[in-house]
Design a protein around this ligand. Structure first.
Ligand SMILES: *[C@@H]1O[C@H](CO)[C@@H](O)[C@H](O)[C@H]1NC(C)=O
Ligand SMILES: *[C@@H]1O[C@H](CO)[C@@H](O)[C@H](O)[C@H]1NC(C)=O
Ligand SMILES: *[C@@H]1O[C@H](CO)[C@@H](O)[C@H](O)[C@H]1NC(C)=O
Ligand SMILES: *[C@@H]1O[C@H](CO)[C@@H](O)[C@H](O)[C@H]1NC(C)=O
Ligand SMILES: *[C@@H]1O[C@H](CO)[C@@H](O)[C@H](O)[C@H]1NC(C)=O
Length: 566
């Protein structure tokens, strides 16, 4: 927030406060008991659309609260036409040489509507990342799309109904199919691995980083005929190195020197966690509250399928039980050790979504089989919430179930209002709606964690902001004003900063939540408060770009606001 916008805010705040005061004088103050949400089954499901036209295989939330969704161009005709009577003529397409249907859509959260988009080349099983200017930069795919980069810029106003993907052919040196991307502190992204691609490269290219650089770790963790190391779980550590988990172990990697800084021990059960075993992983919340201490980072890896599961499903139609374990490791420790935990439900192809309050939602997937065409059985319809700060043994809580199986090629992303958008599921080579197990799924749902229950409205902060978006720098002191209807426990207020991640194949690239240091929390009106937060010190903690800021009171989050850090 620049000086002028701050003083505007203060002015706005004062005017608004007088208005509120008048309102409250008329209605009287309402008192409520401050109580933390209690245990038990929670959460609620809503069907948002019975047909978005495509299957949501990849999803990315943009800073205009629209979600870019795409599947693959060689699925055949989808259920939504390309805009303006366009058709795609592609001699290389493995399904339809002329396809007038769309394989990408834009979902507008506010209006709950869909708009078709056009991708030219095959985006199947690709990767991506938001760049610092808010554009989605998508990389690779299959066939004629394997070396293509595609950019989607968020659009508003006059262009909002017509803006579309822009393709950059040959922008990648190597084919990238099942790769993982991560945004870097300098604003570029790294693209790591992919099928039969044991190296990494950067987008955009710079003079000192214009090649593909080999990564032997991807060869070492590769199982011939099975893989088990695709879509590696990659997180930017607080020291600027990358934590890369593939198959059943991890390294800490200095991408600037192409050097393995640390080998982590194998996850204790030794079972594979990456595609097609398809567990998931998150970087747990980075807590910046103790400003004088070094920031610690922890990673949680959950679910997947045991060794042999893929061949068993693929070659023998025998679907083995999925893994019910999670491994948690403090990646910044000098001598890191895995701690194993048991989930209430076994799960392969689950997604892990970091919620605004720092809890982790484990959602989607199956209890038997693996990732890959037709390889899953027994959908797990109940999400589970994991509370990282609870004592070991009391962290998981099973949530209410959805009626819709979300098998292979399903997705989940956090929205700014705290809901989780859930879509996709297509374990078939084409769109198949009848005569198959788990028909191609075109329905879009939202899961509302119990923090959205109206019974918690009295605890819920609402950020008072006039400008829709703020720009902030690193290491700045920034005031945030908010209001809460009920009694506020000032010790239980925190501000979190969440990066919007790119979700596909049970992994969310760039998923990151920071709990900001805060000071001088004080009441400034009848129900109004000011909290001063300190933004992260450097871009290793929070790479540049757009984040959602949430005020969280007793685990109940506000609606977020978009903030750009640079
Ligand atoms: C979508 O599916 C419905 C019902 O099956 C069908 O009537 C409609 O023509 C389809 N639309 C497109 C664009 O394929
Ligand atoms: C088909 O692929 C070849 C090689 O990958 C490429 O040269 C050609 O331009 C592609 N054709 C179309 C219509 O995309
Ligand atoms: C990590 O392990 C590899 C072999 O798997 C070894 O070559 C390398 O020296 C190790 N690096 C460190 C930093 O321990
Ligand atoms: C599984 O089936 C594939 C394709 O039919 C075959 O190439 C492979 O050798 C089989 N693997 C095993 C371990 O039987
Ligand atoms: C799936 O859809 C494709 C393309 O429409 C069709 O050829 C195939 O027979 C379908 N498979 C089943 C099992 O119905």
């Amino acid at each position: 927030m620049k000086g002028t916008s701050s003083s505007n805010n203060i002015l706005f705040f004062i005017v608004r406060n007088i208005f509120l005061l008048l309102l409250l004088t008329c209605h009287g103050a309402n008192f409520a008991f401050a109580a933390a949400p209690v245990g038990g089954r929670g959460g609620k499901w809503d069907l948002l659309s019975s047909n978005i036209g495509i299957t949501a295989m990849h999803m990315q939330l943009l800073n205009n609260d629209r979600v870019v969704i795409y599947d693959r161009t060689d699925f055949g005709a989808s259920n939504i036409s390309l805009p303006y009577g366009k058709c795609r003529y592609d001699q290389n397409d493995t399904s339809l040489k002329v396809d007038c249907s769309a394989h990408s859509v834009e979902y507008d959260v506010a209006s709950n509507t869909i708009r078709p988009l056009m991708v030219q080349t095959d985006v199947w099983c690709s990767s991506g990342s938001i760049s610092p200017d808010g554009s989605l930069v998508q990389t690779g795919g299959f066939n004629d799309g394997e070396k293509v980069v595609r950019v989607f810029k968020p659009c508003n106003g006059a262009t909002s109904a017509i803006c579309d993907w822009q393709e950059i052919p040959g922008a990648l040196i190597q084919r990238r199919w099942y790769a993982t991307n991560h945004i870097l502190p300098d604003g570029r992204q790294i693209v790591i691995g992919g099928r039969r691609t044991f190296n990494y490269e950067f987008i955009p290219k710079t003079s000192w980083a214009h090649n593909a650089y080999s990564l032997p770790f991807l060869v070492q963790t590769h199982v011939p005929g099975v893989e088990n190391n695709l879509y590696p779980f990659v997180f930017l550590n607080v020291d600027g190195n990358l934590f890369i988990f593939a198959n059943n172990r991890a390294i800490l990697f200095d991408y600037t020197k192409n050097v393995v800084v640390k080998n982590y021990s194998e996850i204790p059960d030794g079972d594979p966690r990456n595609y097609p075993s398809t567990g998931s992983a998150v970087l747990l919340p980075l807590n910046l509250q103790a400003q004088d201490q070094e920031v610690e980072a922890e990673v949680l890896v959950c679910g997947g399928a045991p060794k042999g599961s893929f061949i068993s499903a693929q070659n023998h139609s025998t679907f083995l039980g999925a893994l019910n374990t999670c491994g948690r490791v403090r990646i910044t420790d000098p001598d890191p050790k895995w701690t194993m935990e048991t989930m209430p439900l076994a799960r392969t192809m689950g997604d892990m979504v970091t919620l605004p309050n720092g809890h982790v939602l484990i959602i989607n997937g199956a209890a038997k089989g693996t990732g890959g065409w037709e390889n899953g059985r027994d959908p797990v319809l109940e999400p589970v919430i994991y509370r990282p700060d609870n004592p070991l043994g009391s962290r998981f809580e099973v949530q209410n179930s959805s009626p819709i199986p979300r098998m292979y090629h399903s997705t989940a992303v956090l929205l700014r209002d705290g809901r989780v958008l859930v879509g996709g599921s297509n374990p078939h080579v084409y769109y198949n709606f009848t005569g198959v197990n788990f028909p191609t799924e075109l329905r879009l749902e939202a899961f509302s964690p119990s923090y959205l229950d109206s019974s918690f409205d009295y605890l819920r902060p609402q950020i008072i902001s006039r400008a829709p978006q703020y720009t902030i720098g690193y290491g700045q002191h920034v005031p945030i004003w908010f209001t809460v209807p009920g009694v506020v426990d000032t010790n239980l207020v925190k501000v979190t900063m969440v990066a919007p991640g790119f979700n596909t194949h049970s992994f969310t690239m760039n998923q990151r939540l920071l709990v900001l240091a805060s000071e001088n929390m004080r009441q400034v009106g009848i129900k109004d408060y000011q909290i001063n937060v300190v933004t992260p010190n450097n871009a290793k903690l929070a790479p540049p770009g757009y984040y959602m800021f949430f005020v969280v009171h007793q685990t109940i989050p506000s609606v977020g606001i978009w903030v750009k850090i640079q």
